[in-house]
Design a protein around this ligand. Structure first.
Ligand code: COA
Length: 170
């Protein structure tokens, strides 16, 4: 981030997100933009000096709910290599708290590596008791793990890649 830069969060702009959608990072747009997983009122665009450079799609949602779904698919052999990195009690303890699911976070390529995404993750953090997300293992290890004090809760292979479910430690 440069000095004198003004970072602002403004209402979600679906048209922009669709037009700039990074299918390599996120896969199918319709799968991501699903009412069950996105709250368009809470989701935000990030502006720097009046220019949009990224966004976050977010929704209040329990992490335990999704872990249950994943266990179902593990049982039915659609997902494999399932590992739990925390105790079941620790997962259960999250169910008493308000979880904020970070569906997707995006910064335009020319603005990356300058910590602009911190503004989006900080915003998400103050929406509930904890934030959580699902990410490809490489992104977890390079981005989420070191930067956000996130812990790995579950890892599974969806048949294409290994995914990590992570949550913050509060
Ligand atoms: C992930 C993303 C939002 C990070 O935004 P950012 O503002 O550049 O983040 P930061 O500056 O705080 O951190 C960047 C660090 O994350 C890591 N990182 C980010 N994206 C990465 C990627 N695609 N591959 C590997 N490492 C990545 C790097 O280690 C980098 O550290 P560095 O600056 O020392 O090189 C941005 O890279 C992006 O939009 N990527 C494409 C979409 C995506 O993958 N989103 C996350 C899906 S869970």
């Amino acid at each position: 981030m440069m000095p004198n830069e003004e970072l602002t969060l403004l209402p979600f702009d679906l048209k922009w997100v669709k037009g700039n959608f990074d299918a390599d990072a996120f896969g199918d747009f319709d799968l991501h933009f699903n009412k069950f997983y996105v709250d368009t009122k809470l989701s935000k665009m990030l502006y720097v000096n009046g220019k949009v450079i990224g966004y976050v799609m977010v929704k209040p949602l329990s992490m335990g709910r999704i872990i249950k779904d994943i266990l179902y698919w593990v049982k039915h052999k659609k997902y494999s290599d399932f590992s739990l990195f925390v105790s079941p009690d620790s997962i259960r303890s999250y169910s008493k708290k308000q979880g904020i699911f970070i569906n997707s976070i995006y910064i335009m390529p020319q603005y990356r590596h300058q910590s602009y995404s911190d503004k989006l993750t900080e915003y998400c953090r103050q929406l509930g008791d904890y934030t959580w997300g699902i990410s490809r293992k490489i992104i977890f290890e390079k981005y989420w793990g070191p930067k956000q004090h996130q812990i790995r809760t579950v890892e599974y292979n969806d048949g294409e890649e290994v995914n990590v479910i992570f949550a913050d430690q509060r």
